[in-house]
Write a new protein. Structure first.
Length: 452
């Protein structure tokens, strides 16, 4: 490692550990040069790199000051929290957030709140180019904004579809909040098993052909509890079957391209803008905002807008003006590119660590599923230990995980697994937590053997 890189790493670490606080002046260039026994040029190169990264900023004749652009992955609570996919607000660099808010206030200062379903025109106009970076090709008039994915799913579930069908097909496991809503309204639901290999396409075709399927809800990558991605072949064939049997696909692409899967294209890519509704949420990358988007096919727009306008009077779902403005500022600057790179690097490092540590485990006792994309992965337990038993034992050790039971619509299909999330834990603490989790499994098994 070059000396200037060492200086960069040390200053960042001091900021994270709060040895140097936000707004505080850095040591002088001369003192840093003496501390590292290097030339002033090396120090200047280091601080300029930090300035370009928005970690610090300069004041004429005063020196360099901490802007605190570093991601805070963990909150202030005691313990290791692997039970939630919602990152802390500090996971978005505060200096960048303030910068976006400042730009947003300037851009939207002459605007007033509107009930447009597509959001403000200036934001709507740039979204097609932004989505095209991920091979999501659409027009601005097909893009609608919501406060979040839950709001969109509620809307779609209650809306009559052009195919006139009523049954909703979901994969198991899937997002537990949507399952809770489907049960709450007593919706007509069918399920299809999803595991580390994906779904059974023959069973899917049978459902599409012989059942009254309104739409198939799927989370192909990133945010499925398994932490796996559907293969390219499966994504393509799912869309082909939907076209063949006039079924809609509701594709929940949490994170969007924030954590990229190599050579990945969405199900929507194969849709030719028909029979597929594409959803994307920003709540994981911009946790201080509530904003998500839906890409609606032409044949569905009239019905969708009619129901949406009626819903306005009892369920306001449009994102707040400040959320729209901040999101627009975020996209128009280079901040989102830098932020996505930071998140991707963090996720890749953690998931690689999960795969490495779990490779030494006895797979008959505790096996890993996923850890391929996004925040989630699943651990499958031996039947000798119940998921709730492990969760309770770990909570006493200040390690918090959650069962996958609520991710199954049919509870009898629950496979005694637990879901973990890397959203709120540092790499260092993740290593410690995983080691304790495995040791706890062995401890519980040894105790059962002793009792027998």
């Amino acid at each position: 490692m070059n000396i200037y890189e060492q200086i960069i790493n040390d200053i960042k670490q001091d900021i994270v550990n709060k040895k140097i606080k936000q707004g505080q002046r850095l040591p002088s260039l001369i003192s840093l040069s003496k501390k590292y026994n290097c030339s002033k040029g090396s120090v200047i190169k280091a601080v300029e790199q930090l300035r370009l990264q928005h970690v610090i900023y300069s004041k004429p004749k005063s020196g360099y000051f901490v802007a605190d652009n570093l991601i805070r992955e963990e909150g202030n609570r005691t313990g290791y929290y692997l039970d939630s996919g919602n990152p802390v607000v500090g996971s978005f660099p505060m200096f960048d957030a303030q910068h976006c808010l400042h730009i947003a206030a300037e851009m939207y200062s002459a605007f007033s709140l509107d009930i447009s379903l597509r959001g403000y025109p200036s934001l709507n106009a740039i979204l097609p180019d932004y989505l095209a970076l991920e091979d999501i090709y659409t027009k601005s008039e097909n893009i609608y904004l919501f406060q979040g994915i839950t709001q969109i799913l509620t809307h779609l579930t209650l809306t009559p579809f052009p195919n006139g069908k009523e049954t909703i097909l979901i994969e198991e496991p899937t997002v537990r909040f949507y399952i809770a809503f489907l049960k709450h309204i007593n919706a007509k639901v069918l399920t299809i098993k999803r595991d580390e290999f994906g779904i059974d396409l023959n069973q899917l075709e049978d459902y599409f052909k012989n059942k009254d399927i309104k739409f198939f809800y799927t989370v192909p990558r990133n945010h499925n509890p398994l932490g796996t991605s559907l293969s390219h072949r499966q994504r393509k064939q799912i869309m082909e079957l939907a076209h063949k049997y006039d079924v809609y696909i509701v594709e929940n692409d949490y994170f969007g391209g924030t954590h990229k899967v190599p050579k990945y294209v969405s199900i929507y890519y194969f849709s030719y803008q028909k029979n597929c509704i594409y959803l994307r949420s920003m709540s994981k990358t911009l946790p201080m905002l509530r904003i998500a988007l839906a890409v609606i096919p032409d044949e569905f727009i009239s019905t969708f807008e009619s129901i949406s306008r009626e819903a306005y009077y009892y369920s306001y779902f449009m994102p707040a003006l400040i959320s729209q403005a901040t999101y627009e500022a975020y996209l128009k600057t280079s901040i989102y590119k830098k932020h996505f790179a930071q998140i991707t690097q963090s996720i890749n490092t953690k998931l690689e660590l999960v795969r490495k540590i779990s490779s030494s485990w006895d797979q008959e006792k505790l096996s890993l599923i996923g850890a391929k994309s996004g925040y989630y992965f699943t651990l499958k337990l031996t039947n000798q230990i119940k998921a709730d038993e492990l969760i309770a034992k770990l909570s006493k050790k200040q390690i918090f995980i959650t069962s996958n039971d609520e991710s199954y619509f049919n509870t009898e299909n629950f496979d005694n697994s637990v879901r973990l999330s890397i959203a709120r834990i540092s790499t260092e603490h993740l290593k410690d937590a995983l080691e304790v989790i495995y040791d706890t499994v062995i401890e519980l098994l040894d105790r059962k053997v002793g009792i027998m």
